[in-house]
Design a protein around this ligand. Structure first.
Ligand SMILES: *Cc1c(COP(=O)(O)O)cnc(C)c1O
Length: 427
């Protein structure tokens, strides 16, 4: 029995499903999850000592590569001064100033500990600011696991949402409306029917939780116009896309200013930091200034902030995003070519350091097209790559992530594995 097998058997006795977050359990692709013992640069190693080229990067945070010496040094220095105080520190000011500088639509920001918490708090704030209950989200977008976001579309257009999880009261779900991503007409219709009841529209401006899906510029512009017209809060959930698709996030690529932005993943550099921020007039509704309550024992934790700040410094080095984008494109073009050589229906796309691979002839433009991809093919490919020492996201419906440490040699090694893995699909 491998170490991974025995650890997984043991883990399942003390933890539901053996994991602390469901996608880690390999349910979608089958097989035994790999238990990781250490990571460095573009690699991690499992309990059997096998090395993998890592393309999940902790689901986004590891943008500068694992165990970057500067980040580790900053964490060690902060830890030596004490782990948590429950009183403010200068580090939190520096972090807030840095975020406001890098994302100009954010005039004020509050730090929290997870993306879930950030999105949940930002939605409460939007409801508090507008005095309205209804929020709009889009099918396939993920905004963490707060009650009001675990909702799918009801039957038929313009019906209210249904819970996607047991334990979410229908009475909560009815305040969330779920629409189709990239469908401008539906958005227009919804606003014309109930614009004066909508507190917020929350969207991943480049979606990464149903595999990679780009918003059309028209879709985001329509949203911006309708929110302004009807007094609703436009909220970009950039927990994944922030500091990932570009230094200024997806909003800098599209040239659209949301009223509020949700951040996480990269800003913690691998430790738990997330944030929400935006227009100062809105943020001033938060406690202790205003009536919208929000708090956290470990919010702005000094060790986590040290990891985040050192990561934010590294990503501002000259041409960091040019190189990251180039390496990611090289990987995607190489994979598409390898698939073509053996006649596998396959397409690929990337934005900055984030990518999507699809077992379909064309890059999907909406949720339905993503769902129509060949999931069985993906699962076979995933396992062939894993055997060859390449760790892709263990689900056909997740994006992939490249770090600054994925050098040409690492990409070439990945492409060699991909050629072998595609060939196995047709054998
Ligand atoms: C990961 C993610 C979240 C949730 O963040 P957690 O830190 O896992 O709670 C929210 N929104 C988006 C877009 C994400 O990718």
């Amino acid at each position: 029995m491998s170490q991974n097998d025995s650890l997984f058997a043991r883990a399942q006795r003390s933890t539901p499903g053996g994991v602390n977050s469901p996608v880690r359990a390999f349910r979608s692709v089958g097989g035994t999850p790999r238990f990781i013992t250490r990571a460095e640069g573009p690699y991690f190693w499992d309990a059997d000592g096998k090395r993998y080229i890592d393309y999940i990067g902790s689901w986004g945070p590891a943008i500068v590569g694992h165990a970057h010496p500067e980040v580790i040094k900053a964490v060690q220095a902060a830890a030596a001064n004490g782990l948590s105080f429950g009183a403010p520190t200068e580090g939190e000011i520096l972090m807030a100033e840095e975020i406001c500088k890098l994302v100009p639509s954010i005039e004020m920001v509050r730090l929290v500990s997870s993306g879930t918490e950030a999105a949940m708090s930002a939605l409460r704030l939007a409801r508090g600011v507008t005095g309205r209950d209804m929020v709009i989200k889009f099918e396939g977008c993920y905004h963490g696991h707060a009650d009001s976001m675990l909702v799918k579309a009801g039957s038929g257009l313009l019906t209210f949402g249904n819970p996607t999880s047991a334990g979410v009261p229908a009475d909560f779900a009815k305040h969330t409306m779920v629409l189709d991503y990239n469908d401008c007409a539906q958005l227009e219709e919804t606003f014309s029917n109930m614009g004066d009841r909508i507190a917020a529209v929350i969207v991943e401006p480049v979606a990464g939780n149903m595999n990679l899906l780009r918003a059309t510029s028209e879709f985001l512009q329509t949203m911006r116009r309708l929110c302004t017209q009807h007094g609703a809060v436009l909220m970009f959930d950039e927990v994944m896309s922030g500091f990932r698709v570009a230094l200024g996030g997806a909003q800098s690529l599209y040239g659209i200013q949301p009223d509020m932005t949700v951040l996480g993943k990269v800003i913690g550099g691998g430790l738990p930091v997330a944030a929400f921020g935006g227009r100062a007039d809105m943020m001033k509704h938060l406690a202790p200034l205003g009536p919208v309550y929000q708090a956290g024992t470990l919010s702005g934790n000094p060790v986590a902030v040290a990891a985040g700040m050192s990561t934010l410094k590294i990503i501002q080095q000259p041409s960091f995003y040019e190189k990251l984008g180039t390496q990611t494109r090289k990987l995607m073009e190489g994979m598409a070519m390898a698939a073509r050589e053996v006649g596998v229906a396959f397409s690929a796309d990337s934005v900055g350091g984030m990518f999507g691979i699809y077992f379909s002839e064309h890059v999907p433009e909406n949720y339905a097209q993503i769902m129509a991809g060949n999931k069985e093919r993906f699962n076979q490919f995933f396992h062939a790559m894993l055997d060859a020492g390449v760790y892709l996201a263990p689900s056909a419906f997740e994006a992939g992530f490249v770090s600054a440490m994925h050098s040409d040699a690492v990409i070439d090694e990945t492409l060699a594995a991909a050629r072998g893995s595609f060939a196995k699909l047709t054998a």
